[in-house]
Write a protein that binds this ligand. Structure first.
Ligand SMILES: NC(=O)C1=CN([C@@H]2O[C@H](COP(=O)(O)OP(=O)(O)OC[C@H]3O[C@@H](n4cnc5c(N)ncnc54)[C@H](O)[C@@H]3O)[C@@H](O)[C@H]2O)C=CC1
Ligand SMILES: CC(C)CC(=O)C(=O)O
Ligand SMILES: [Mg+2]
Length: 368
């Protein structure tokens, strides 16, 4: 198969982990005889430095023409004092909105070899397996007005949603629950926010169309607590943009590191942008120690969801698991034994597992 993929490395460790994704894609190409046409484009601070804007038109155009998009991460202290329109994060928000990627799917599943790497007790984290379905193109991150007033004495941000925006993400949540364990937790702040009360009404209306799915409503503060006291009680979580952003970073603690979590940002026609959950990690950027697993698993999600390569995606996931079982890990995972590796070393270890598995299982031959 021939597929066109746009790569948006971005800033900080985004550039480093994108190199890992490229190596994994090259291994998949050679093992499965595919051809990936890769086009690298600028976004975030990198785009600001090179073109003066965080999302150049050419980048958006290239992404629209592609079969899928892979993103590293954006942002960093260098651009923190830019005016709002010229912050790297505006580039990320702009590409999500520009491509209409309204649903951000963030799977959170613990890895058996890493149960002891979580700061939470092993018996608490051990059966965690959830999908956070986060609304991605509405809410506080996009609402207008968003500005300082009266010489900075007052400030306003706006949380706005249309019925349509809520309906489509809630439907995505129900659909995801139907193919998983048929339990949907809708997270809101309906005791305070009008937008949450409408959200809750829409969830209850939609529930009629999905009688096989059990629905539960949780206020976001209680959800944050339950996420770390009883994480295995969640199957699918559907929530608005800001709550989903915060809860997914919190949920990453179950796996041992924020660097482990992948995500898929999708719309209805199959185009998707795939990105790790974490940011550009300026504190470790340039040291060669970033954990590339969230990025590599995002690459697997891209193969599965946008490129129709389920077998290849499984091969990557199982190579990652093998690597963790062999005791290999990066410095962010607090593990006493095992072997600590750099970004490049662990990428090579994953690729070694991928290619060895391909040869020994002969799973690739059917794709020749
Ligand atoms: N999707 C994106 O591009 C996102 C961008 N950001 C941006 O990233 C910049 C830094 O934000 P922070 O709050 O520091 O969040 P962050 O997610 O970049 O880092 C938080 C902590 O997790 C660690 N970490 C994150 N990913 C890691 C990895 N793969 N391997 C090892 N350790 C990892 C970092 O070293 C840091 O200690 C900001 O400019 C922010 O706006 C933040 C979140 C998402
Ligand atoms: C940098 C933000 C715009 C987004 C974020 O933190 C995220 O999508 O996880
Ligand atoms: Mg975030």
């Amino acid at each position: 198969m021939e597929k066109k993929i746009v790569l948006l490395p971005g800033d900080g460790i985004g550039k480093e982990i994108m190199e890992s994704a490229k190596k994994v894609l090259a291994a998949i190409e050679s093992e499965y005889h595919h051809r990936f046409i890769l086009q690298e484009c600028a976004i975030g601070g990198d785009a600001l430095d090179r073109y003066g804007v965080p999302l150049p038109d050419d980048t958006l155009h290239a992404c629209n023409e592609a079969d899928a998009v892979l993103l590293g991460s954006v942002g960093g202290p260098k651009w923190d004092n830019q005016p709002p329109k010229f912050r790297p994060e505006k580039g990320l928000l702009g590409i999500r909105k520009g491509l209409g990627l309204f649903a951000n799917l963030r799977p959170v599943k613990t890895f058996p070899p890493l149960l002891h790497a979580s700061p939470l007790k092993e018996e608490i984290v051990k059966d965690s397996d959830m999908m956070i379905v986060r609304e991605l193109t509405g809410g506080l991150y996009f609402g207008e007005p968003s500005e300082r007033r009266n010489n900075g004495e007052d400030v306003v941000d706006t949380l706005a949603y249309s019925r349509h925006e809520i309906e489509r993400i809630v439907e995505k949540g129900f659909e995801s629950a139907q193919i998983r364990n048929k339990h949907l937790t809708s997270v809101d702040k309906a005791n305070v926010l009008e937008s949450s009360r409408v959200w809750r009404e829409i969830v209850n209306e939609k529930a009629v169309d999905y009688p096989d799915v059990e629905v539960e409503h949780l206020l976001v503060d209680a959800a944050a607590m339950k996420l770390i006291t009883n994480p295995s009680g969640f199957d699918v979580v559907v929530t608005e943009n800001l709550f989903g952003d915060i809860l997914s970073d919190e949920a990453s603690v179950l796996t041992g590191s924020l660097g482990m979590l992948p995500s898929a940002s999708v719309r209805t026609d199959g185009l998707g942008m795939y990105e790790p959950v974490h940011g550009s990690a300026p504190d470790i950027a340039g040291k060669g120690i970033a954990n590339p697993i969230g990025m590599i698993l995002s690459t697997a999600l891209m193969l599965e969801y946008s490129l129709g390569m389920q077998e290849e995606a499984k091969a990557i996931e199982s190579a990652v698991m093998d690597c963790l079982e062999q005791g290999y890990h990066t410095a962010d995972l607090k593990i006493k034994d095992g072997k600590q590796m750099s970004t490049d070393e662990i990428t090579e270890a994953i690729i070694e597992n991928l290619t060895t598995k391909c040869i020994s299982d002969s799973i690739c031959s059917s794709y020749v």
